[in-house]
Design a protein around this ligand. Structure first.
Ligand code: GDP
Length: 500
């Protein structure tokens, strides 16, 4: 048609594939060709590139240095397992509640802000344990200004300590070492420092640049010093943000809460987020309905460096997604259309690649099979007449199946291909077939014959799935026809006696 261009890749199991690369064919012609081969075509429409013209969001220019103001550093706490990351986060978070004198229940929103007595603030990403590693690779790398590396003084530098150092170096993020558990009898501060130096962590007291702060996360010792070290590092880095431009930020955490709906925590990196703002992240968007801080308090605005929970998302974005503000709803629409189109294209490309690879694999397998058979001298011409095969010899393995498909056409086409299967080694027995979802009676029949159900493009209601499981009837569901055949081949082969 004029709207669609079809790439045609026709694949018939056990034969060469036909690739009508540049052919422009209409649906009807394609259907005819494909049906002649006993298959049903699947159309993956790729709309002509009308949506693309608009493109993605046009980025605002870098801010004028004159408008920049200081902003809180964003800090990730990392370190070897059991060295005290969670305990440290808990301490920092709870000190925060007292500071705010806010009676509400703290909630985990993925990030929190600590305000020191000096008035300075620090934004901590609240990702304990191993999560901090993946966070660092994904969202963290774009978000983290400083890493606090927790090293237990009774254990010293360990495997994950080194991994953190490597990550920090790769992402060019400065590290502050928190030497933890100094309250313990077997804590060895000097040895821990030596170990760090041995791994090229140049500590300040030995003429380097890396600050090391002895702490006890458990007892709350040294936390003020740690926070001061962070502020010093932040000052050195001259962290600044533009509070005026369009909002830019990053999703720290996104989840669906059964009670509160879509919860998205973000850290604002540029601009000041307000109610009513229009935001785009990934392929979703929000009109900001309300914002909450880390203590669950409703806030009216969020300047750079602050974590906020944002309500008003149409769908949930992914952690790590970049958030950008747009001015008009019409812009939201065109940007999302463009992005979704891009994503669709990417997925289609992936599908085509997968089909291509699967085809190659199948071809190779098929050829290898033929060669093997020839070599064994057991390759025989395929039997032409269907009837001759219909009486199985009792000593032959048999494979019984029930076939269900979405429409007559597909069921017929699959049956036609089944008909071409003639093997002396294994009898293919179609005990029942039909159009529609898999039903209780399908399962009963299959169970009676110890067979399997092959379902093409139909649903398997949960109740039926449970019944099938109970009766030990495998249900093989497929949406791509050649995959169904592939699996059938695998199942048939499993019944065959091994060729020695
Ligand atoms: P994570 O795996 O790095 O998050 O470590 P956790 O915070 O879960 O701590 C592991 C264990 O070490 C827990 O039993 C903590 O109570 C303990 N721990 C953490 N910090 C300290 C500390 O400063 N002193 C002592 N004695 N134990 C600590």
């Amino acid at each position: 048609t004029t709207d669609h261009v079809y790439e045609v890749l026709l694949f018939i199991p056990g034969t060469e594939a036909y690739d009508f690369d540049d052919a422009v064919l209409d649906q009807q012609t394609i259907t005819q060709i494909v049906k002649k081969s006993g298959m049903v075509p699947e159309f993956c429409s790729r709309k002509k590139e009308t949506l693309e013209d608009d493109g993605d969001i046009v980025r605002q220019p870098p801010p004028d240095p004159k408008v920049l103001v200081r902003r809180p550093p964003v800090v990730t706490i990392m370190g070897h397992v059991d060295h005290g990351k969670t305990t440290l986060l808990d301490q920092l978070r709870s000190s925060n509640i007292v500071d705010k004198e806010f009676g509400g229940i703290t909630q985990h929103i993925g990030a929190f802000l600590v305000t020191l007595s000096s008035g300075e603030s620090i934004c901590f990403l609240d990702t304990p344990g191993h999560a901090a590693f993946s966070a660092m690779r994904g969202r963290g790398a774009h978000l983290t200004d400083i890493i606090v590396l927790v090293v237990a003084a009774d254990d010293g530098v360990m495997q994950q300590t080194l991994e953190v150092l490597q990550h920090a170096q790769d992402a060019a993020v400065p590290v502050i070492v928190a030497i933890n558990k100094i309250d313990k009898d077997n804590a060895d501060l000097d040895k821990t420092k030596q170990m760090l130096m041995q791994h090229q962590v140049m500590l300040e007291e030995f003429g380097g640049e890396v600050q090391a702060v002895p702490i006890s996360a458990l007892k709350g010792i040294g936390l003020t010093e740690l926070q001061e070290a962070i502020v010093t590092q932040a000052e050195l880095m001259q962290l600044k943000g533009d509070p005026k431009g369009l909002v830019e930020g990053r999703v720290v955490e996104a989840q669906i809460d059964p009670k509160r709906g879509r919860l998205v925590t973000a850290v604002v990196q540029r601009g000041t987020l307000k109610r009513g703002d229009l935001l785009v992240a990934g392929t979703t968007w929000a009109k900001v309905r309300a914002m909450f801080d880390d203590s669950g308090k409703l806030v009216q605005s969020a300047p750079p460096g602050t974590p906020v929970e944002i309500l008003g998302w149409k769908e949930i974005p992914s952690a790590g997604d970049e958030i950008l503000q747009v001015r008009k709803e019409s812009e939201v629409k065109s940007v999302l259309a463009w992005r979704r189109n891009q994503e669709l294209k990417r997925k289609q490309d992936e599908t085509w690649t997968a089909i291509e690879e699967s085809r190659k694999e199948h071809d190779q397998q098929h050829r290898a099979d033929l060669v093997a058979r020839r070599e064994k001298g057991i390759y025989r011409k395929r039997r032409e007449a269907k009837g001759k095969e219909s009486q199985p010899r009792p000593d032959h393995p048999q494979f019984s199946l029930v076939l269900k498909g979405d429409v007559d056409g597909s069921v017929d086409a699959i049956l036609d291909v089944f008909d071409t299967y003639h093997s002396k080694k294994c009898q293919l027995d179609i005990i029942h077939y039909g159009v529609g979802n898999v039903t209780e009676s399908d399962v009963e029949i299959a169970a009676a014959f110890e067979g399997e159900i092959f379902a093409f493009n139909v649903d398997l209601p949960q109740k039926i799935a449970a019944l099938a499981k109970e009766k030990g009837v495998p249900v093989r569901r497929h949406n791509i026809i050649y995959r169904l055949f592939e699996e059938l081949v695998v199942r048939l082969n499993s019944k065959l006696p091994k060729i020695e």
